[in-house]
Ligand binder design. Structure first.
Ligand code: ADP
Ligand code: ADP
Length: 225
């Protein structure tokens, strides 16, 4: 478990600043949803937290550790994308536990987590299939399982549901809420979907052109006149 502080974060690509000055405190266990128009810097912000992009200036602190020079694989962060890439030749089971095998997690613990996660995401019947034999929604559930099974300190989601149809989106939204209630991991979630923001967020942060335009509870952001 861990808090996240973004301290005066700036990101420039050449001469263009895409994140201009972001100062944000995310509490341990908090679910923060980042919203705002396309191109306002949401993904870039998420990728800087993950360590996939370096900030041009400012500090990113997770827990009590300054992360600026820490490689992504040492940040203990799980990330779920819109375009999840599963390993095509591995079964669903092996896709889900792959990271744990690499981390040399004890076999008994690995099985315990696999059972827990596959029940939660209703993947029990699918464990022996290959990704090609799954629907889009099923694949997204596998991608979610693979991310959360790692027991990371922080979960990052970049529009994880935007490729799904409305019904599946609703279902997965509920699942993500349940996962958060169960594990209580600090989460940062990027979406365009107001319902996702309303139902999942403890705090909504509205970005505009690389700045935080507004931040508050979903009620404050969406329901204030
Ligand atoms: P959002 O997620 O809010 O849609 P992004 O963070 O993806 O926005 O992008 C913010 C801005 O940064 C956009 O104008 C985008 O074109 C630009 N951008 C993103 N990645 C790069 C890059 N690697 N090189 C140059 N510009 C980039
Ligand atoms: P490996 O360490 O064997 O390359 P990984 O699963 O760590 O395998 O990464 C595979 C590819 O996916 C890498 O190119 C990496 O850049 C990308 N990747 C891994 N984790 C993330 C992440 N959280 N966000 C974005 N890209 C990632």
């Amino acid at each position: 478990m861990a808090s996240i502080s973004l301290k005066n974060i700036v990101k420039n690509y050449g001469k263009t600043s895409v994140v201009k000055n972001i100062d944000l405190e995310i509490e341990d266990g908090e679910f923060v949803v980042l919203v705002g128009p396309s191109g306002c810097g949401k993904s870039t912000t998420l990728r800087m937290i993950a360590g996939l992009e370096q900030a041009s200036s400012g500090d990113i602190v997770i827990g009590d550790k300054v992360m600026n020079d820490i490689e992504p694989q040492h940040r203990n962060i799980a990330m779920v994308f819109q375009n999840y890439a599963l390993y095509p030749h591995k079964s669903v089971r092996e896709n889900i536990v792959f990271a744990l095998r690499r981390l040399k997690v004890d076999e008994q613990e690995l099985q315990r987590r696999l059972v827990e996660i596959s029940e939660m995401l209703q993947l029990e019947e699918l464990l022996d299939r290959k990704p090609a034999d799954l629907s889009g929604g099923q694949r997204q559930r596998v991608a979610m399982g693979r991310a959360i099974i790692r027991d990371a300190d922080v979960f990052l989601f970049d529009e994880p549901l935007s490729n799904l149809d409305a019904k599946l989106r609703g279902h997965m939204r509920t699942e993500i809420g349940k996962i958060h209630n169960k594990f209580g991991r600090t989460s940062v979630y990027v979406t365009h979907d107001q319902i996702e923001a309303m139902t999942l967020a403890d705090k909504v942060v509205v970005l505009h052109d690389g700045y935080i335009a507004q931040a508050g509870t979903p009620m404050e952001i969406y329901l204030d006149p």
